[in-house]
Design a protein around this ligand. Structure first.
Ligand SMILES: [Zn+2]
Length: 338
C-alpha cells in the first residue's frame, strides 16, 4: 500500500548535459551518447531503489524534451519549417516544428531504452510518453486542419509504440497531458477520446499525468494568475473518472489545488504529488506524510500512490535526489502508522 513513484523526468548529470537548463544540448554524440544516457539512467534507477521508490523510471535520461524526444522519430514533420506558436494558451511563445504530411512511425522510438532499463531493475517500471493533446499543443499543423484529427493520428502511433513497450515489460505507461489543465472544454470534446485511443488494448497499467508544469518562471507566473484556488481539475476529473485510463497523476504539494478535488476520481488510482518540483527546498519526510494524510481524506489508501508533482528535470541533481528520499520516507511514515 502507498507505493511511491515519480511523475517522469529527473535532472541530467552535469557530465551528460548542462545542468539546471531545460532542453540543454547533449555533451556526446552517436554511440558515445547512447552509452552516456544508459549510464545516467542506470544511476537514477539505483538512486530510486536506494531511496525506496517502488515504481521506478528512467528519469527521461534518453531525451532532451518530453514531447520532441518522441516526435524526432516520427515522419510527416518538417523540422526546418519552424512556426512561432503561443503554446499552453500563450503561456510561452516558442519556435516549433510543423506537421506537413500524414504522420507515421517508421520504427520503434523508445524500445531499446526500455529494454536497457528493464534489464537494470526488478522493480515495477514506469515509462512516460507525451499525450496526443499535448503533442498537438507543442507542434504546428499545416496538414490536418483540425486539432482533434491530428490528435487521433498521433494517438494511433502512440498506441503502436505503447503496445511494444508494454510487451517489453513496462508495468505502467503514462501519457503526459499538461495541456489538459489549459483546454478544459477540448479535453471533454476530444482530448479523452484521443487519450483512450493511445492507450487502447494495453496489457499494462495506464496513467495520465496532468500538472501545472515544471517549476520554471513562466509557469510560476501563470500559477500566480490562477487565483487563490486552482480548480481546473474540477472541470475535467469527472470525465477522466468515466474514461478507461487507470491512473491519474496530479499536482498537490505546495499548490493551491483544493485536495477535495481528488474525490472526483473515485474509480481511479490517484498519484498524488507529495513533493513540489521547485528548487528552493527539500521537503521533510513529515511534511510529505502530511500531504499523503490529507489525500487519504479523499482517496482510499489502497488507490493512493505518493508521487512527485511533475518532472524534476530543471532542478539541481542533489535536490531532486533529496526529494526522492523524502518522498519514500514520508510514505513509509504513513504506512507504519496505519
Ligand atoms: Zn508535469
Amino acid at each position: 500500500m502507498l507505493e511511491t513513484t515519480i511523475a517522469g523526468s529527473l535532472p541530467k548529470p552535469a557530465w551528460l548535459a548542462e545542468p539546471e537548463t531545460l532542453w540543454a544540448a547533449w555533451r556526446f554524440q552517436g554511440e558515445e551518447l547512447r552509452r552516456a544516457q544508459e549510464r545516467a539512467a542506470a544511476e537514477w534507477l539505483k538512486h530510486q531503489e536506494e531511496a525506496g521508490i517502488d515504481i521506478v523510471a528512467d528519469g527521461e535520461q534518453f531525451r532532451i524534451h518530453f514531447v520532441h524526444g518522441f516526435l524526432e522519430h516520427i515522419e510527416g514533420i518538417d523540422w526546418e519549417k519552424k512556426t512561432s506558436m503561443g503554446i499552453r494558451d500563450n503561456r510561452y511563445t516558442v519556435q516549433v516544428p510543423t506537421v506537413t504530411g500524414s504522420v507515421s512511425r517508421p520504427h520503434p522510438v523508445h524500445l531499446d531504452e526500455v529494454r536497457f532499463t528493464r534489464a537494470q531493475t526488478d522493480r515495477k517500471l514506469k515509462f512516460t510518453l507525451p499525450g496526443p493533446m499535448t503533442i498537438c499543443d507543442t507542434i504546428a499543423d499545416a496538414y490536418y486542419g483540425k486539432r482533434p484529427d491530428m490528435a487521433l493520428a498521433f494517438a494511433e502511433i502512440l498506441n503502436q509504440e505503447a503496445r511494444e513497450l508494454s510487451a517489453a515489460g513496462v508495468d505502467v505507461i503514462q501519457f503526459d497531458e499538461p495541456a489538459f489543465n489549459v483546454f478544459m472544454d477540448d479535453v471533454k470534446e476530444w482530448g479523452i477520446a484521443a487519450l483512450e485511443r493511445a492507450s487502447e488494448g494495453l496489457a499494462c497499467t495506464t496513467a495520465v499525468h496532468i500538472c501545472y508544469g515544471y517549476g520554471i518562471t513562466e509557469n510560476l507566473r501563470w500559477k500566480e494568475s490562477l487565483g487563490s484556488q486552482w480548480r481546473q481539475y474540477e472541470e475535467i476529473f469527472p470525465a477522466i473518472n468515466a474514461s478507461r485510463i487507470g491512473q491519474v497523476s496530479l499536482e498537490c504539494a505546495a499548490s493551491r489545488v483544493p485536495p477535495s478535488l481528488m474525490g472526483l476520481l473515485k474509480d481511479k488510482d490517484v498519484l498524488v504529488g507529495a513533493v513540489a518540483v521547485t528548487a528552493d527546498r527539500v521537503e521533510a519526510a513529515e511534511e510529505v506524510a502530511a500531504t499523503i494524510r490529507t489525500a487519504m481524506k479523499h482517496v482510499d489508501a489502497a488507490r493512493l500512490y505518493p508521487c512527485t508533482n511533475c518532472g524534476m528535470a530543471p532542478i539541481p541533481y542533489d535536490i531532486a535526489l533529496g526529494k526522492l528520499h523524502s518522498l519514500a520516507a514520508g510514505a513509509a511514515l504513513v504506512r507504519n502508522s496505519l
